[in-house]
Design a protein around this ligand. Structure first.
Ligand code: NDP
Length: 303
């Protein structure tokens, strides 16, 4: 099997390091019924994630991005066990879904226990609030702070937070500094102001999901042009864009050759002009679509 060359680490604001590229487990084996485009029907079998995630570990990924919502954590746990990669070499992250954020502290604690059992671990390296459920996410964050005190979680953060969501948390007097905000980042959705606020002003690392924009625009003329110029694939141009913005890149493919290709982005650098041309692919329509998705997702699976 082809192997990934060395993936560099980034140091979080609590001194803990994490790999700059991670493997995302969403839609690996299983697609949840309330996923965008699923029309209320689940697809696939969570068990199929076992072999795929094992391939990701054998090819060299050490950071696994998991979530309650992805519905496949037990299979991910079996993949970890079969891979024989030792726990200390892994960076395991998961997220609490909106239904449990809505239900409150007890439900959150139960879910964290379940995730640890499924992933066959006694602690998580990182745990995130998946979406800032209105009226509920502050209490959820404070529950995670207690789980840090208790040693079940080493670092906490959130996903899909706007500047305003984080400012609400700060007003409510949180004790444990968040280390990460996981948001969509790619040339087609490059929210520069939000990224700068978290990265530069607050020292919070941005993790990018959908760095490939779901693989839907890889034949865009600018990506093709840069692919030729830098002698890298369009997917590698997109991944390089993310890490060159100082952002952690979470990438997902069910195919081993793509798993390796996606992490092979540390042997070239794009010039500033090309970075700026890529960033300009972010249109006001993409930003509007993102706003609508945000409003839908912050209350998904809640009454
Ligand atoms: P991506 O932008 O990473 O795109 C994944 C798609 O691109 C898949 O269909 C994959 O197909 C295809 N692909 C992967 N590599 C290549 C390649 N080299 N060439 C061509 N096509 C390729 O989207 P995701 O939504 O999967 O995001 C990645 C991860 O981010 C998720 O798995 C999850 O962990 C996280 N995430 C977090 C969210 C959040 O709210 N916090 C939301 C969404 C994702 P194939 O598998 O067939 O290769």
């Amino acid at each position: 099997m082809r192997k990934i060359k060395n993936i560099p680490n980034i140091v979080l604001n609590n001194g803990i390091s994490q790999p700059l590229v991670g493997y995302g487990t969403y839609k690996v084996g299983y697609v949840p019924p309330s996923a965008s485009g699923s029309k209320g029907v689940a697809k696939g079998k969570a068990d199929d994630a076992e072999n795929i995630v094992r391939d990701a570990l054998v090819s060299g990924y050490r950071f696994l991005d998991c979530a309650q919502f992805y519905g496949n954590e037990a299979a991910v746990g079996r993949a970890i066990e079969r891979s024989k990669v030792s726990r200390s070499k892994l960076f395991l992250a998961s997220k609490i879904w909106c239904d449990n954020i809505y239900k409150g502290p007890e439900a959150i604690r139960e879910q964290v226990k379940r995730t640890c059992k499924d992933l066959k671990t006694t602690y998580l390296d990182l745990y995130l609030i998946h979406w800032p459920v209105p009226g509920k996410h502050v209490q959820a964050y404070k529950t995670l702070e207690k789980l840090v005190d208790e040693g079940t979680i080493r670092s906490i953060g959130f996903s899909n937070y706007t500047i305003e969501d984080y400012e609400e948390l700060k007003r409510e007097g949180i004790r444990v500094k968040p280390v990460v905000n996981q948001i969509e980042v790619n040339p087609f959705l490059h929210r520069k102001r939000t990224i700068a606020y978290f990265q530069k002003r607050e020292g919070i690392v941005i993790q990018a999901y959908r760095g490939l924009r779901q693989g839907k625009h890889l034949n865009h003329p600018l990506l093709m042009e840069l692919s030729e110029k830098y002698e890298k694939s369009p997917a590698q141009i997109m991944g390089r864009f993310v890490v060159q913005c100082g952002v952690v890149y979470i990438t997902k493919s069910i195919k081993v050759s793509r798993m390796v290709e996606n992490a092979d982005i540390f042997d070239f650098e794009m010039d500033e002009k090309d970075m700026s041309r890529l960033s300009q692919l972010t249109t006001s329509k993409n930003l509007d679509d993102f706003r609508s998705l945000y409003l839908k997702c912050i209350v998904r699976d809640t009454p």
